[in-house]
Ligand binder design. Structure first.
Ligand SMILES: [Cu+2]
Length: 333
């Protein structure tokens, strides 16, 4: 459409058509309403204008008329809400089999980490026809990941993960903006989303020499000594992390939370925030010790412990064990 009517950016994701349709609907309804109001103002101003020799007389209201003109527009406005909410929930809910990509924003660049180990700066390569879930965090201030051609935008916050997903439909290079004022060079904090045909993408990906993200995570896990308490064979001083991802966890204070990415992240940086039932708050914080990239790798590793082993991840499950006979009391990761 944008070829003939250059009011819209490129439309290159499964979501963009729906967002455009809602936008056009909003414009149409607003246009019709505005026209009706202007016609009414003009007609009534002429019809009931002051005429010489004619006295104005009081007109009493009509309850039925007033209820009608309140209820009908209310119903019309509610359709905006319902349609918008449906799109919102779709945009908020990444499909389960999405490819995951980690994004770290910092003044003033986008750092991208693929699960396969590929890293990029200010560029994100993705294949067409694949659901891609972005797990994003910021190293400093609030940024916002905005791809107009996909009709997606999400704030990227320091200290937690926010997510976003899309499925690109058309090969091409699309602009990535930072849409939250983040300092002097904010306007330069752009990049490109490079959408490729799947075979071409596989070729590009094959050029990677870095180890997969969860392997990096496993190395960090061992080198920081996490594996001493979080054993994968038996319950150690800290909870066994095998199979916990996205599962409910019963906490010491009686609450139940889902062990999602933010939970894993918080448990590394602020271990006493959520103590797993049956464990003691003995884990030290890793705030300031692990970088955002290492955190992402650790989160990817913990998640990999909940996936059925595949050829690529086999062997990641076995951790060097801590000495036997550990006390069973320990604390959340
Ligand atoms: Cu920014």
């Amino acid at each position: 459409m944008s070829k003939y009517l250059p009011l819209w950016p490129d439309s290159a994701s499964t979501m963009s058509g729906q967002v455009d349709a809602l936008y056009i609907y909003l414009l149409l309804v607003a246009g019709v309403m505005t026209t009706l109001i202007f016609i009414a103002v003009t007609v009534l101003a002429i019809k009931y204008r002051r005429k010489p020799g004619v006295e104005a007389h009081q007109i009493e209201g009509s309850t039925i008329l007033e209820i009608t003109w309140s209820i009908i527009p209310f119903g019309i406005m509610l359709t905006f809400f319902i349609w918008g909410a449906v799109i919102y929930f779709q945009e908020r809910t990444p499909p389960a089999d999405s490819t995951e990509v980690y994004v770290v924003a910092k003044q003033w660049m986008w750092k991208i980490e693929h699960m396969e180990g590929q890293r990029e700066i200010n560029e994100l390569h993705v294949p067409t026809g694949q659901d891609v879930k972005l797990i994003m965090t910021s190293q400093d201030v609030i940024h916002s990941f905005f791809v107009p051609a996909f009709r997606i935008k999400q704030d990227v916050l320091p200290g937690r993960y926010t997510t976003l997903w899309f499925k690109a439909t058309k090969p091409g290079v699309y602009h990535l903006f930072c849409a939250e004022y983040c300092g002097t060079m904010h306007s330069g904090m752009g990049g490109s989303i490079v959408v490729m045909e799947p075979q071409e993408y596989a070729q590009w990906m094959a050029g990677s020499s870095s180890p997969p993200l969860q392997e990096t995570g496993q190395q960090v896990f061992s080198s920081l000594g996490c594996s001493t308490c979080h054993r994968t064979d038996v319950q150690g001083r800290g909870p066994n992390l095998t199979g916990i991802y996205n599962k409910p966890v019963l906490l010491e204070d009686g609450r139940t939370v889902v062990a999602d990415e933010n939970y894993v992240r918080e448990s590394i940086l602020n271990p006493t925030a959520k103590i797993v039932s049956g464990f003691k708050p003995v884990m030290p914080t890793f705030q300031g010790i692990v970088s955002e990239e290492q955190l992402n790798a650790l989160v990817a590793y913990v998640k990999s412990l909940s996936q059925p082993p595949s050829p690529g991840t086999a062997g990641l499950q076995g951790q060097p064990s801590a000495p036997p006979g550990q006390p069973t009391n320990a604390q959340v990761q």
